[in-house]
Design a protein around this ligand. Sequence first.
Ligand code: F6P
Ligand code: MN
Length: 338
Amino acid sequence: MTNKVTLTQFLIEQQRGLPDASGTFTLLLNNIVTACKQISHKVNRGNLIGVLGSAGTENIQGEVQKKLDVITNEIMINALNWTGCLAGMASEEDDNPIAIPEQYPRGKYLALFDPLDGSSNIDVNLAVGTIFSILRCREGVEPELEDFLRKGTEQVCAGFVLYGPSTMMVLTTGHGVNGFTLDQDIGEFILTHSNMRIPEDTSEFAINMSNQRFWEPPVQRYIGECLEGKEGVRGKDFNMRWVASLVAEVYRILTRGGVFLYPHDLRDPSRPAKLRIMYEANPMAFIIEQAGGACSTGRERILDIKPSAVHERVPLILGSKNEVERIVRYHKEDGQAQ
Ligand code: F6P
Ligand code: MN
């Protein structure tokens, strides 16, 4: 490839297009990139450096933490807390928002992240990722909980890194979606997927079928019709994938279309959904919508939800527009829409 555009060049050129940009945002993203390169290295080295297996601790969600959950969380925090770009951070792995250490200056952004998404995949050598969301914060204040609890529409940037056969970063700042591949030889992310667009139609769905008995009628109906294939009302055969790693599923959908569902679940009223809004659903929804797809709980657009807690969970249905709209319609027809 001649004339490679690095992520750094891409960010600086974007910054030049914004008359008021001070460079803070570019610096912040560059440090996220540095953290993700370190994570990519650790994930890739795996058992050679003894990072696989359980850490023997639980996070606030009651999930057993892997060693790499803890290590990657530290990498993210240490890469970002000194920069002067942030007023605060929140992570899947920390119960409460993370304060910026006293000795460092405060900035105007908040970073929320899932440092190692899909970490159940790590010991079986399958794809994992890092997800992040950037919000603007009131300046000159120590952020309070309410400063974090913003609707997804207020995100200024969202992205994820997929540690797969290649390490890829996918990014949006609200002007489309671009994908960058890490060139391990030079240690730089290179623009390889400009203006990613999701096909509006699809015949591929992703859902954890083992939860079928807990789904509500609209999801039962939708998946039932997909499974009927050519002989059913859809009149075509569907294919199914389940990687158990949200980043990998979203990347596949960005590349060839599809629909992903982790729907409302009737198994435990205290936990009606699995995925977390602030650092999983919201950043993915921003990216998916920017690529021409749609993202909903089935009842409500994800980006319009006002979160009430940093670790709040939401049903998540995302992907090819026409398919997500069909699922939303099934919810309406079931009399459950707002
Ligand atoms: O972070 C949660 C997560 O690992 C997602 O990446 C993935 O989509 C989902 O959970 C898989 O859930 P399950 O193990 O229930 O299939
Ligand atoms: Mn996750």
